[in-house]
Ligand binder design. Sequence first.
Ligand code: URA
Length: 215
Amino acid sequence: MTAEEMLAQIAKDVSVCTNCALHEGRKKSVPGDGPADAEIMFIGEGPGFHENEQGRPFVGAAGKFLDQLLAQAGVTRAEVFIANVVKCRPPGNRDPLPEELAACDFHLEAQIRAINPSIIVTLGRFSMNKFIPGAKISAIHGQMQKVGERFVIPMFHPAAALHQPPLKPSILADFAKLPDQLNEARAALGRKVVITKKKEAAVQQDEKPKQLNMF
Ligand code: URA
């Protein structure tokens, strides 16, 4: 089976899943979206009202902010895979319960195996706790860490930054580091390192004064 076929199968399994009570309020399941060869996988919390209507992750207000954050990192949605720790909407957008997280985890694990991303960016504490249990997001946000065979970067949830404006500069700064962190992860994993346009411009800027000094 190709990675695309695996993701399609997981989406099918999710759409008929009855492993926890969240399926009872499901209009559309939200398995996740993105290419099977994505190098970066974002993992949020769970579908909200709009996601439950549309079957796609991060399409509401938090999603619009996520799009802005991605743009500032020079990344488009089409390049990344976006998923959640639970695939069906918790009623009233409440926090997912431990038993719901546990029941849904095998879908997420199957997605991670199929995609095999270099970096997982966790959005919010539920997704962070899956990889770095017991950590405090305020202490470690934006810091890339090796977890097993890949790298994990915990970030604040975009919705948290929308509701608590003092968090906004931190989440913006964390996203700005993403291109360099991706190259660092690629190098450590033996994958291709890409010089970003921003870096190219910085190198050219550095070289300019030297050339001028020659005359
Ligand atoms: N918040 C999430 O964590 N996930 C979504 O898909 C939408 C909002």
